[in-house]
Design a protein around this ligand. Structure first.
Ligand code: UTP
Length: 289
């Protein structure tokens, strides 16, 4: 029997330098796509996979992320008085089960691996999902659910992967691939941000993971990797051979909202899915292109 997947860690302590000056005061994960902040999309995706406990790894100036999921008593009261039921429903979509959301602090952004290590008490001895909220997913089935289903079959670690152009391998963690049926690929090795000529493949890790708790002890070696950061990829690589490790090509589309062009594309793609906006957006787009 596999231990059920009930926990998710969402690291949000990065500096978000690519979105300055917008992210001087506001956390990148609070930026909205259409009308919902990135962090809420991620929480909803995790919930759709049966996740019940959430841990945000935050840093300085990120308190709005936790407050977003708190009760806005006065606002709710005013909306009730004014019978604004539609707005009330939207407000309530941010409510969480009491005690289900916690946050820990990563005082200095030393890298994604270090951010995950900061959540070690929350993880304990359980398998857990990781969602990087700036990777935004448009899919019929939650990507965390797709990963969880493979985990239920294979056990061990499962990461979301995508083929990227070879000239982009330096932006990602790249897989050395073993058996591969075109959907699930066995992972034989992992390299963080390899040069295109040195990349063992073009299959890259995207911001969704299901990991076993043993990864925490591997991060705790605090070895510095690419960019001088404590990399999650390096710690995961040390689990290969000891535990099953697979990459899953998830069904759906991913938008890199940590990047300006990706963020703008996500706005368009999500707006075109909205019946109240699609017509207007199509209309004005035709005037620009
Ligand atoms: P990014 O590589 O996108 O970095 O981090 P960033 O700081 O958010 O953004 P830029 O590159 O400066 O514009 C990927 C994810 O890892 C988290 C980030 O919050 C983001 O969700 N992260 C990264 C941490 O929580 N702590 C770190 O030390 C590094």
């Amino acid at each position: 029997m596999r231990k059920p997947l009930k926990k998710a860690v969402l690291p949000v302590a990065g500096l978000g330098t690519r979105f300055l000056p917008a992210t001087k005061v506001l956390a990148k994960e609070m930026l909205p796509v259409v009308d919902k902040p990135l962090i809420q999309y991620a929480i909803e995706e995790a919930r759709a996979a049966g996740i019940e406990q959430f841990c945000l790894v935050t840093g300085r100036g990120k308190t709005a992320l936790v407050e977003h999921f708190d009760l806005a008593y006065e606002l709710e009261h005013t909306l009730k008085e004014r019978a604004k039921t539609e707005a009330l429903d939207l407000l309530r979509s941010t409510s969480m089960e009491p005690g289900s959301l916690m946050s820990v602090r990563q005082q200095v952004p030393l890298g994604l691996g270090h951010a995950i290590w900061c959540a070690r008490a929350f993880v304990g001895d359980d398998p857990f999902a990781i969602l990087l909220p700036d990777d935004l997913v448009l899919a019929d089935v939650s990507w965390v659910k797709q990963l969880a289903d493979v985990y239920a079959e294979t056990g061990g670690n499962v990461v979301a992967v995508e083929d990227v152009p070879r000239e982009h391998t330096q932006r990602y963690g790249i897989l050395k691939v073993g058996q591969d049926d075109g959907r699930v690929a066995e992972v034989l090795g992992l390299v963080e941000k390899p040069k295109p000529a040195e990349a063992p493949s073009t299959l890259s890790i995207i911001g969704r993971y299901v990991l076993m708790p043993e990864v925490i002890a591997e991060i705790a070696r605090f070895e510095r990797g690419a960019g001088g950061e404590i990399q999650l990829t390096d710690a995961m690589a040390r689990l290969i051979g000891r535990q099953p490790f697979h990459g899953l090509r998830c069904q759906g589309r991913r938008f890199d909202c940590g990047d300006k062009a990706g963020f703008l594309e996500a706005q368009i793609a999500f707006a075109l899915k909205r019946p109240d906006l699609a017509g207007k957006v199509r209309d004005f787009l035709s005037r620009y292109v």
